[in-house]
Design a protein around this ligand. Structure first.
Ligand SMILES: C[S@@+](CC[C@H](N)C(=O)[O-])C[C@H]1O[C@@H](n2cnc3c(N)ncnc32)[C@H](O)[C@@H]1O
Length: 259
């Protein structure tokens, strides 16, 4: 029986997911091209949020019909507002119980979803169920065990511990190969990238917005007090505003399996 998952981020501020797309899309595009997405006819994006990833799939696969699946109705509405191509559409649903028939897509994709699920294997098995024989399932997830700034920042040093206290698995990137195998996938390709940010602050701004969006859940779970949360956010904002600081970002892992 699939587990009902609780999502711990308050996504009311849509700028967070927009920035996530801006930061992650360049290397995601490279992985998608390497995995042969361009020839796909039917693609599914699981946990699509405001549709940044769904629109990216559509741009790499110029003739494909791309479906974004999301369980948050407000994010779905935003995704629909921002997408005017008829071949891109969005549907409400849960990753652990996909509302699609067996073998109905050529390419099934999820980015930054598995770390939020208590039982990611349930969602991966569903992705493998709905992909056709000879199709591709691709996962992109972070390993948030590492961040480094120069000059040093105590808030960035605390991030792994805070994320571990809140999210089901913020270090899941390293496990994708095993999770895919356990779900029955064969022929798995693995790759990883790590970025360094200097002279711009998109990643740092995204982190500050992410911690703000996790604030209510961290308070409810007594991970931080209100004062501690305010101090972490203020420190993240200080680093965001420091144009001379450098952020060596967490690695992101991409795993794709041919079925
Ligand atoms: C961090 S966002 C990533 C959005 C997009 N994939 C991207 O990379 O830009 C994760 C999304 O997964 C959605 N989500 C979380 N649990 C879900 C579930 N069980 N089924 C479907 N969507 C889910 C959240 O609502 C959120 O929009």
């Amino acid at each position: 029986m699939a587990t009902a998952a609780r999502y711990h981020l308050d996504e009311t501020n849509l700028e967070r997911q927009r920035l996530l797309g801006k930061v992650l899309n360049p290397f995601t595009r490279t992985f998608l091209a390497e995995a042969g997405l361009s020839s796909a006819a039917r693609c599914l994006d699981v946990g699509c949020g405001i549709g940044e990833t769904t629109r990216l799939l559509a741009s790499v696969a110029p003739n494909a019909e791309c479906v974004g699946l999301e369980k948050d109705a407000a994010l779905l509405a935003a995704a629909r507002r921002q997408s005017d191509e008829p071949r891109v559409c969005f549907q409400e649903g849960d990753a652990t119980q996909l509302p699609f028939g067996d073998h109905s897509f050529d390419f099934v994709f999820a980015r930054y979803l598995m770390m939020h699920l208590p039982e990611p294997g349930d969602a991966i098995r569903e992705m493998l169920r709905v992909v056709r024989k000879g199709g591709t399932v691709m996962l992109i997830e972070p390993d948030f065990s590492f961040h480094a700034t120069h000059p040093p920042s105590w808030a960035y040093e605390r991030l792994p511990e805070l994320l571990r206290a809140l999210l089901p698995d913020p270090f899941i990137g390293r496990k994708l190969d095993h999770l895919l195998r356990q779900a029955g996938a064969g022929e798995i390709h693995l790759d990883a990238v790590a970025r360094i940010e200097q002279g711009s602050s998109d990643v740092r701004r995204c982190w500050r917005l992410t911690v703000e969006s996790m604030g209510p859940a961290m308070l409810a779970k007594n991970i931080l007090t209100l004062e501690e949360l305010a101090a972490v956010v203020a420190e993240l904002r200080r680093v965001e505003d420091d144009i001379n600081s450098v952020l060596l970002c967490n690695p992101n892992v991409c795993a794709w399996a041919r079925t």
